[in-house]
Design a protein around this ligand. Structure first.
Ligand SMILES: [Zn+2]
Length: 95
């Protein structure tokens, strides 16, 4: 019997084991999340302060105010309209 099992020649890649720099201890293990501590995605809070922008000594409003309710009632900014959450007044954006 002269049947040889096929032995594909495999080139071994050079071992790329990163050599730890001398003098440095092993890398610190990944921090484990504390038990009972929930990771909460913090939603960007918005408040009235977000409606105002201060430029120097001037103040500017980021949203229009409601025409019915008067100043102080900001309208929600939708993609095509502004809506007052207080009275429901809607004003469509002009294109
Ligand atoms: Zn209103």
């Amino acid at each position: 019997m002269s049947k040889k099992p096929p032995a594909p020649k495999k080139e071994e890649p050079p071992s790329a084991a990163p050599a730890a720099p001398a003098g440095e201890a092993a890398p610190a293990p990944a921090k484990k999340a504390e038990k009972g501590k929930r990771v909460k995605k913090h939603k960007e809070e918005k408040g009235v302060h977000a409606m105002y922008k201060i430029e120097g000594n001037k103040i500017s409003r980021a949203r229009p105010t409601c025409e019915r309710c008067g100043p102080g009632y900001f309208m929600a900014d939708h993609h095509d309209r502004y809506t007052c959450g207080h009275c429901g007044f809607t004003r469509y954006k002009q294109k």
